[in-house]
Design a protein around this ligand. Structure first.
Ligand code: ZN
Length: 93
C-alpha cells in the first residue's frame, strides 16, 4: 500500500517536471497524482496499524525507560507503554 502510494507520488512528480510534448496533456493530472498518492499514504498510515493507539500512529509514543544498552553504557532502551515500540537514546542517569 505504501509502496503503491509512493509510486503514484513519484509518477506525479515525473509528470510535473517532464517537459516532453508527449506528456504535456498529462501535466494537469500530475497534481492529482501527487495529492492522491499523499492521501493514500495518509490512509495507509492511519488504517494500517489498527491495533496501535492513535497517538502512537502519529508518532507520539509514551516511552518508558528500560535497561541500559549493553554495548553503549551511556544509552538506555526506551519502550512505548502503548504499542511496545523500542528506541535507544542517550541517558545520563
Ligand atoms: Zn507507541
Amino acid at each position: 500500500m505504501k509502496t503503491l502510494a509512493g509510486f503514484i507520488i513519484l509518477m506525479g512528480i515525473i509528470l510535473l517536471f517532464a517537459d516532453a510534448e508527449l506528456l504535456a496533456p498529462l501535466e494537469g493530472f500530475a497534481v492529482y497524482f501527487i495529492v492522491g498518492g499523499l492521501v493514500m499514504l495518509a490512509i495507509a498510515q492511519f488504517a494500517g496499524n489498527g491495533e496501535k493507539h492513535w497517538l502512537c500512529r502519529i508518532g507520539f509514543h509514551d516511552f518508558e525507560r528500560q535497561e541500559r544498552v549493553e554495548e553503549v553504557p551511556a544509552m538506555r532502551w526506551y519502550r512505548c507503554k502503548r504499542c511496545g515500540k523500542e528506541k535507544r537514546a542517550a541517558s545520563i542517569v
